[in-house]
Design a protein around this ligand. Structure first.
Ligand code: 5GP
Ligand code: SF4
Ligand code: MG
Length: 466
């Protein structure tokens, strides 16, 4: 998901809509905006579908007046799947004795089910099936004197990954979980301030990138006092999601002081060193494989070419929740550039293999077009474990790499060769010159290593074990 917030600007909703539009790659199912205005109080709008189809017309903006606002774009990792119910669309809102507050969450709460059970037993009335709603109910039960105090107390009970943007009538609040699994950045826009999942959302509103919110940090921002920062949680070594660098974030964003694009190009270079092969062309599986394919081509000297053309009007296939839509999705979205491919030995670079749906279809399409050989090079290690921190990987059984070795996957996909970047190679590409430190890895890499930095307690209750 993507989160965005702004305070101290005229027509906050416009900024929020633009920010969410820039974060649309993080969630395409639904979006919502909450603003506050001294005359109308809190205003809310939640809609299914894309930001540009819902939040640009003058009438939508008219119902969202105010100088402070937050928003969320959703892709379901918890709560209702397949068809997002409108009740699961964030931001969530609550009235407290000291006033209302709204909250938007990116990540996944790993103890949400047990918290929810407890809260329901004690009388909380849940409105949604989302894990994030727990936070509002925990806040309602807190005795804290201010809303940020209550939020802090609530978040101490929550486990897992959270990057949160919240608001009261006058304050914008941002918070990252102690490991900093999901991104969150701070920007300055005119006299106001903005919080966003990624820097690309600051660029679109012309905000200046100030800094990242640190893992475990909470910031409370208002127009008069500016940014007040504190660290409410027990300190911990940070474990940012390494897959944000590989796939999830936009290539024009800066994460951890590093350009995502450059990191991806590095991954391609590492791949070319680790898994060279003789071929005529290096082609990306667009768009997610493009920077890595450029890196592979630069390092190997094999020409880069657009062997697969993407229909720009389709979204991310992975993010369509049902199997059937995903199956069709590949063909609706990608087509082989036949004239270029015919008779060629082709290296295809993609960011990841999850279920193997994309790679299998693409291989069929490319052989159909007369390619002489097909070699897959993958910009992440085999995805052998589900993510419980906010990326929607399927159950373990559906992950190709959970049940097959690299050679078996190669045979299953029917390609001439298949190689994944090593975990060490990936760490080198994100700037860890010595590779992955086994005793203290710098990132979360659980979907590749099976080492979960936060025990996924709800899943363990259901019988999951790593
Ligand atoms: P598959 O078709 O193997 O199930 O999925 C792999 C494709 O989905 C890749 O092309 C990749 O770009 C895309 N992908 C997207 N999102 C994700 C995600 O959240 N996790 C993973 N691992 N792959 C995703
Ligand atoms: Fe990121 Fe994978 Fe960790 Fe999930 S399990 S947070 S996708 S590195
Ligand atoms: Mg892709």
């Amino acid at each position: 998901c993507g989160v965005f917030g702004v305070v101290g600007v005229a027509d906050a909703a416009n900024f929020v809509a633009l920010g969410l539009h820039a974060l649309q790659h993080r969630g395409q199912e639904a979006g919502g905006i909450v603003t506050h205005d001294t005359e109308t109080g809190f205003n809310q709008a939640r809609r299914m579908g894309l930001v540009r189809d819902n939040f640009t017309s003058a009438d939508t903006m008219q119902i969202l007046p105010g100088t402070i606002g937050i928003g969320h774009v959703r892709y379901s990792t918890a709560g209702s799947k397949g068809q997002t119910a409108i009740r699961d669309v964030q931001p969530f809102f609550g009235e407290f004795s000291m006033g209302g507050a709204a909250l938007a969450h990116n990540g996944n709460i790993t103890n949400a089910m047990s918290l929810r059970r407890e809260l329901i037993e004690r009388g909380s009335i849940f409105q949604s099936s989302s894990d994030s709603e727990c936070i509002i109910h925990l806040m309602a039960r807190s005795m804290g004197r201010t809303i940020p105090d209550r939020m802090e107390e609530a978040l101490r009970k929550v486990e897992g990954a959270f990057s949160i943007v919240a608001m009261t009538r006058t304050k914008l609040v941002g918070c990252r979980d102690p490991l900093g699994v999901r991104p969150l950045v701070l920007g300055k826009v005119g006299d106001g301030w903005a919080l966003a999942s990624e820097t690309c959302a600051l660029d679109i509103i012309g905000a200046e990138f100030v800094r990242e919110i640190a893992p475990g940090e909470m910031v409370v921002i208002n127009s008069e006092k500016g940014v007040q920062s504190h660290f409410p949680f027990r300190p911990n070594r940070s474990r940012f999601c390494i897959f944000e660098h590989v796939y999830f974030s936009r290539p024009d964003s800066i994460l951890g002081g590093r350009s995502v694009y450059e990191t991806r190009e590095n991954i391609g270079r590492e791949l070319a060193k680790e898994a060279p092969v003789e071929a005529d062309l290096v082609c990306p599986v667009p768009d997610s494989g493009t920077p890595a394919a450029i890196g592979y081509s630069l390092e190997s000297g094999i020409p880069y070419a657009m062997g697969i053309i993407r229909n720009q009007y389709m979204g991310r296939t992975f993010i369509e929740p049902t199997e059937q839509i995903r199956n069709m999705g590949v063909r609706l979205k990608l087509n082989v550039n036949r004239a270029l491919i015919k008779g060629k030995r082709v290296i295809l670079v993609d960011d990841s293999v999850v279920r193997g749906t994309t790679s299998r279809k693409i291989k069929e399409m490319i052989l159909d077009a007369g390619a002489a050989e097909v070699h897959f090079r993958i910009a992440s290690p085999p995805t052998a474990w589900p993510c419980f921190y906010g990326v929607d990987t399927p159950q373990r059984e559906k992950l190709l790499a959970a049940t097959m070795s690299e050679d078996e996957m190669c045979e299953h996909l029917g390609v001439d060769s298949l190689k994944f970047i090593s975990l060490n190679g990936l760490y080198r590409a994100v700037g860890e010159a010595a590779g992955r430190d086994k005793n203290a890895p710098a990132y979360c890499d659980a979907c590749f290593s099976g080492e979960y930095p936060v025990a996924p307690s709800d899943m363990i209750d259901q019988g999951f074990h790593a």
